[in-house]
Design a protein around this ligand. Structure first.
Ligand SMILES: [Zn+2]
Length: 522
């Protein structure tokens, strides 16, 4: 199978591309490519295009760039982009066919750091004794048994869960490249293509962060420890061979794999890629203008290894290897020296924090406010997918800073919402997404305000003039993924009234996929 496939959206507007497919069932483990996506004809309940191909939504409340929360917002799109955004339009005056969005509508959420298959460990590892490193051993046991068929089924269900949580774009940090023993599949990018197809079929935009992963760690003299056992599935031998394989994904000159997918690069970490190999990855990324991500200083042991081997912290190693910059993102950034923060900020490197995973794995609390003050855009990721809830990540970004400092309000609700939307999209190579504004990609997520969690939002103790603004704070600090009612990606409905329109029964597919993977023989 060549090419990453297409989004499973209804081919209704001018941006639709690719052949239609119909009749879908999850593939059996071990199966090759999955069958087709569901019948896109079912997507016709989101409001018709008018004769000019314009779709319209009327948002009771919408969070708009530069003007905060506005009331009665008429939002129009043609193809996959917004064409007009007009606050103060009374509902009774909107054109026929306009879809009503009750609640607070935000831009689509961007999950900037995911390892889809880790979802299979949810509940199995959180309560165990042990450390990050014993958790990693359990993760490796899961990685050992995945094949293209089971990975597709699991990833599609996980991405469908993300869509239900309001996520319209995912950055998949992908390193499970090869078959058992490190033997490449007939198509060496088969596992990457599985993820591209899974995202498309779940209605998500994706940046496939193809990860260079060469060694199991560092010896004190700086020589790399060779990969072994399941780690052999991650490695390409050296960065030149990584770049050759990644080029086989077929990105165009702008790094695009399809209108809904782009290629990115990742350096797994300073432990897994020697500095001498990093320039090859950076050269590949510069060629395509592609984002580059790297895990950074998640655990103190990584810093100790780096200092022993190179006499430098991981951030300093990345800086000297030319990895940092506005197109680069470091993930976690937990254990940093002041000099590390300065070099990350001065280079305008993005920092993706994953607070629920960092808490689960007892990583520590990164200096998020100091990084933002130094000039780093802050984005958010679900990482291990033990929780898939970007609103939870956003509030825990703030709450962990409060716990660490015993002071309140490091990030405003507006800043936290930007981390979950525009900053996440930008660090994944989609600077034209994450804001409800003409010209941007038409992604929307509507949070219902009628749940017990959010009833009364905007009423408590605030000046009536700022009551609508307070709704954003209520959503950021109290809403959960369960409050997501509607999701639009690229102008097309993916979730309507809490129901995924492309994946019939997301919980059943998750359960079946996880059961199947866990039952697989090693
Ligand atoms: Zn990660």
């Amino acid at each position: 199978m060549k090419g990453p496939g297409r989004a499973g959206h209804a081919p209704r507007g001018p941006a639709a591309a690719g052949p239609g497919r119909s009749g879908h069932a999850p593939p059996a483990p071990g199966a090759d490519w999955p069958a087709a996506a569901p019948d896109p004809g079912r997507l016709g309940d989101g409001g018709p295009d008018d004769a000019g191909g314009t779709r319209r939504w009327h948002a009771e409340l919408a969070w708009l760039p530069g003007s905060g929360v506005q009331r009665d917002v008429l939002i129009e799109a043609a193809g996959d982009r917004f064409t007009a955004v007009t606050p103060g339009v009374e509902q009774g005056t909107v054109p026929a066919g306009t879809v009503t969005l009750r609640g607070l509508t935000l831009p689509g959420l961007a999950n900037a750091h995911s390892h889809a298959f880790h979802r299979g460990l949810r509940g199995a590892v959180e309560a165990d004794q042990g450390t990050f490193w014993t958790w990693r051993d359990q993760m490796y046991r899961l990685a050992a048994v995945l094949n293209p068929g089971s990975y597709y089924a699991l990833a599609r269900a996980v991405y469908a869960e993300m869509a239900l949580a309001g996520i319209t774009c995912v950055g998949e940090f992908h390193y499970l490249h090869h078959g058992p023993g490190g033997v490449p599949y007939a198509d060496p990018n088969e596992m990457g293509r599985v993820l591209l197809r899974a995202a498309a079929d779940a209605g998500l935009r994706i940046t496939l962060l193809d990860t260079c992963y060469l060694s199991a760690g560092l010896r004190r003299d700086g020589t790399p420890k060779p990969l072994r056992d399941v780690q052999l599935r991650f490695g390409d031998g050296d960065a030149v061979r990584w770049a050759e394989r990644a080029a086989g994904l077929g990105a165009d000159s702008r790094g695009m794999l399809s209108p809904q997918a782009r290629a990115g690069a990742a350096i797994h970490s300073v432990r897994a890629v020697p500095p001498s190999q990093m320039h090859e990855v950076m050269g590949w990324s510069h060629k395509f203008g592609a984002p580059v991500h790297a895990h950074l200083s998640e655990q103190p042991a990584e810093n100790a290894d780096s200092l022993a081997a190179y006499g430098r912290t991981p951030a300093q190693v990345l800086y000297e290897a030319g990895v940092l910059g506005p197109r680069s993102t470091v993930v976690h950034a937990t254990h940093l020296l002041r000099e590390d923060i300065d070099v990350l900020g001065a280079s305008q490197t993005s920092c993706c924090l994953c607070p629920t995973t960092e808490a689960d794995l007892a990583d520590g609390i990164g200096p998020a406010r100091a990084l933002a003050a130094a000039g780093c855009p802050i984005s958010l990721g679900s990482d291990s997918n033990a929780v898939i809830d970007l609103l939870a990540e956003a509030r825990w970004l703030e709450l962990t800073q409060r716990l660490a400092s015993r002071r309140r309000v490091h990030f405003t609700a507006d800043e936290l919402a930007r981390a979950a939307t525009v900053a996440g999209h930008a660090c994944l190579g989609w600077p034209d997404a994450g804001e409800i504004t003409p010209g941007a990609l038409a992604d929307l997520v509507t949070i219902g305000l009628d749940s017990p969690r959010l009833a009364g939002a905007g009423l408590a103790g605030v000046d009536p003039a700022s009551a609508d603004e307070a709704v954003l704070a209520s959503v950021v600090f109290a809403a959960t993924s369960s409050d997501v009612r509607h999701v639009v990606t690229g102008g097309r409905d993916v979730v309507r009234d809490g129901r995924h329109l492309l994946v019939e029964d997301v919980p059943a597919e998750l359960a079946a996929a996880i059961r199947s993977v866990l039952a697989s023989p090693e």
